[in-house]
Design a protein around this ligand. Structure first.
Ligand SMILES: Nc1ncnc2c1ncn2[C@@H]1O[C@H](COP(=O)(O)OP(=O)(O)OP(=O)(O)O)[C@@H](O)[C@H]1O
Ligand SMILES: [Mg+2]
Length: 186
């Protein structure tokens, strides 16, 4: 039987140590699709995911969970754009891959992700640092505590009120690890 093909682009935002990686690991524990974590360094948090080299990105077995890291994020993004399909890609420290503005290549890659059966998760440290193009394209935003303030700049960048309300609830919550996931535009 084929699994339902619903591909999502998720933005995960939270400042250092708010539990983003822990949340993601848990979320994908029972996940049957291939999961590939892309990082800029060999983070201890993902050590139990086997390490693969960039040239293996297109050759992962179905259902495998793996990690790949490189400080050359341009090279890594190119490899992913060319080879990744049928999997979930987690971009830890997404700012390094997508910059403050999406390049035409990356934008096309995100727009084509559904055709390639890719789920994409982009991890950021602040709402302010997410590129506007990505906000427009995304399906879900998972909000942890951030150092942002809900000023007119942020409200303009994220026009949906549901996000503002979630932001206030997350901010007011006593737990450092509290988060909410909001369906966004898409
Ligand atoms: N829900 C939780 N309850 C208790 N402890 C948690 C929870 N989530 C995460 N932690 C702990 O908090 C610490 C930071 O978690 P984690 O590495 O997941 O955060 P992060 O947001 O990914 O941090 P960074 O931005 O540095 O990557 C870890 O020691 C982790 O075990
Ligand atoms: Mg982390």
């Amino acid at each position: 039987m084929s699994e339902k093909r619903i591909n999502l682009v998720t933005i995960l935002v939270g400042t250092r140590g708010t539990g983003k990686t822990t949340f993601l690991k848990k979320a994908f524990e029972a996940h049957r699709k291939t999961v590939l974590v892309l990082d800029t360094f060999d983070s201890p948090a993902w050590q139990d995911y086997p390490l693969v080299k960039m040239d293996q990105i297109g050759h992962l077995k179905s259902g495998v969970k793996a990690r790949c890291f490189s400080s050359d994020t341009n090279h890594m993004m190119k490899a992913v754009e060319a080879k990744a399909y049928n999997s979930t890609l987690i971009f830890e420290d997404a700012t390094k891959y997508v910059g403050s503005k999406l390049t035409p290549d990356v934008k096309r890659f995100v727009l084509d992700s559904k055709q390639k059966n890719l789920d994409l998760v982009f991890v950021f440290h602040s709402l302010a640092s997410v590129p506007s193009d990505l906000i427009r394209i995304c399906d879900l935003i998972t909000l942890f505590k951030t150092k942002d303030s809900l000023n007119s700049f942020i409200k303009h960048k994220y026009p949906e009120e549901g996000l503002h309300k979630a932001f206030e609830r997350v901010k007011a919550h006593p737990s450092r690890y509290y988060n909410e996931t909001v369906e966004y535009g898409g």
